[in-house]
Write a protein that binds this ligand. Structure first.
Ligand SMILES: [Zn+2]
Length: 44
């Protein structure tokens, strides 16, 4: 499962946010799960 930063748009590996949910590049705390296949956005 990959995540993506809301602000800088960089991909964040799950292992990077095990301890703290934060973008490792810009420090943003807003990140979302990335789905490569589906274009529909359905929050779970
Ligand atoms: Zn970021």
């Amino acid at each position: 499962m990959a995540y993506r930063c809301f602000f800088c748009g960089k991909e964040i590996k799950e292992e990077h946010i095990k301890k703290k949910v934060r973008c490792i590049y810009c420090g943003s705390k807003i990140i979302f799960k990335e789905r490569s296949v589906t274009t529909h956005v359905k929050a779970r």
